[in-house]
Design a binder for this molecule. Sequence first.
Ligand code: SF4
Length: 508
Amino acid sequence: MKDFSGKARARDWRYFREQEIELDALPSGGHPLWAMLFPATYSVGMASLGFQVIIAEMRALGVGVERFFSGRFRGLSVESGRPISDFPLISASVAYEPDIRTVVSIFREWGVSSSWKERAELDQPIFGIGGALTYINPLIFSKMADYVVLGDGERVLDHLVTEARLFMQHGDRGRFLEGLAEHRSIYVPSLHDPMILKARKVHREKNIIGDLDRVRGKSQWIAPSSVFGKTALVELQRGCRRSCRYCTIPASFGRTRTRSARRILEDLYPLVSLEGVQVGLVSPETGDYPELSELLSGVASLGIPVSFASLRVDNINEEIVSALTRSGRHTLTVAPEAGNDRLRRECGKYFSNDDIIERLSMASSLGIRQVKLYFMTGIPGETASDVDDIASLCDRVRSEARLRVTASVGIFVPKPMTFWEREKMISERDASNRLKRLRRLFSNGPAKGCRINIQQPKEAALEFSIAWRGLSGRDGPILPAGRISGAPGPAPEQRSLLLEQLGILGYN
Ligand code: SF4
């Protein structure tokens, strides 16, 4: 492994560390030493509640866990400036498909192989993966990870840490992995892939925690240099009761589970004494949280400003808007997905353009000044002219609801574990033509005066490819990928094979 000690160590993370406010007093400096990588910069990684929670849980268990990020100082830990070469265990939290590429490039820089086989041959660190992507398709890590934690990581940690401590004593890699595989929510590619290839059931299952009041569910650090600034994050809910056809959450993240408003407010009391701190509510769909009224009035009585991510249009009401404007927020984010009612219904969203105008007009009258509207192109059943309706809807929002509009247009990517998992992906050429047309409509057409951001078709094609077959080449295609290497995207038979293999793993 590359040596990151010496000169580099002097330029360490002190500036970031000194800014951080640590919320719970937890042990530090335990054992074994464990590197926890977030495959993005510090500012993005520290905005991930899941990443913070797992680190806090590991520290509570007495593990010497230290944070690593991409970008500056990537070979050194945030906590102590230790070089990565000191760590016998590395884990990463992976939420999005392109993050896998970042893991590979960081490993390359560290001088660590991204193949579990090579790491075993070279006696390099054990590498485990957790995070949102493991709920959807853990097989994309089959050539890369020594093990993958399936689902909610908190309840798997006890077993993982016990086995890791034994490994530190006996040093036998194979024995360690066999010990990990005794937990049904840990997938060990070296042991399980031969079974999957022979179509023998592996009997894995995602860990799904029923009672979220028993999990930590809040930031360990307030990190002013993160993208959310001085925000403490609290978790409201996992899973979603809706069924938007492109979304991975309903089928992958287990039934809807919520934390009680009482428990969340208990987490927030200590923030009252902290100057300039706000709270960010984390949930797949904040408007569906059943105790939202109680929670918002509790937060208001504590005098803490509140923010939350995108809302479904049909959940926008006066109470929610007033909570935002009271907190000094004047921007709403909503995802109509399509510019007309027919295509939106196809997506599984049953609100109309008129509903959008009505709710946003109400929000505007209560002090909202700007709206970010998320759309997709390439939705099954979309025609070239449907994209014109995106521009027309943006124009209506600007002129009728009197809001500044920024449209973000992504490209629909069929993912495993969605209703549309077997749908076609739009070609790069068609996507590019539709996006060009949209740009024209925003610069000289009806949506002139609204802003637009678009996703590059190449990025979406890469996401599609990684979602189904991981990275190509030696860095780790998923099990079936080698058979159709060189294909421009995952072929239908490749997708069928992957879904079959996920079923064998225990993901149905
Ligand atoms: S898009 Fe949002 S509302 Fe729809 S299923 Fe996914 S999380 Fe739920």
